[in-house]
Design a protein around this ligand. Structure first.
Ligand SMILES: [Ca+2]
Ligand SMILES: [Ca+2]
Length: 80
């Protein structure tokens, strides 16, 4: 599995809540962030699944399709 290191936190693309797995909880977390609820993104790169530099509904759609088992392309970037 590809991981990225941000400070002392290790997180993978799609693991938005940082629990080490990519699950529907991450989609819920991302949805809460997008609608402006008070959540903190552990790692912005984990949430920017399409790699366009923004965290928005397009990333949530991509994550939802990924969780549903569709073949999706997720951008994985290394953070220095
Ligand atoms: Ca997770
Ligand atoms: Ca994005």
């Amino acid at each position: 599995m590809y991981v990225m290191v941000v400070g002392e936190t290790i997180t993978a693309t799609g693991d938005i809540n940082g629990d080490g797995r990519v699950t529907s909880a991450d989609a819920t977390f991302l949805a809460r962030y997008i609608v402006g609820q008070d959540v903190y993104l552990l790692c912005r790169y984990a949430a920017d699944l399409n790699g366009d530099g923004n965290v928005c509904i397009a990333d949530l759609i991509l994550l939802s399709r990924w969780l549903a088992g569709h073949n999706v392309t997720v951008v994985r970037r290394e953070v220095n």
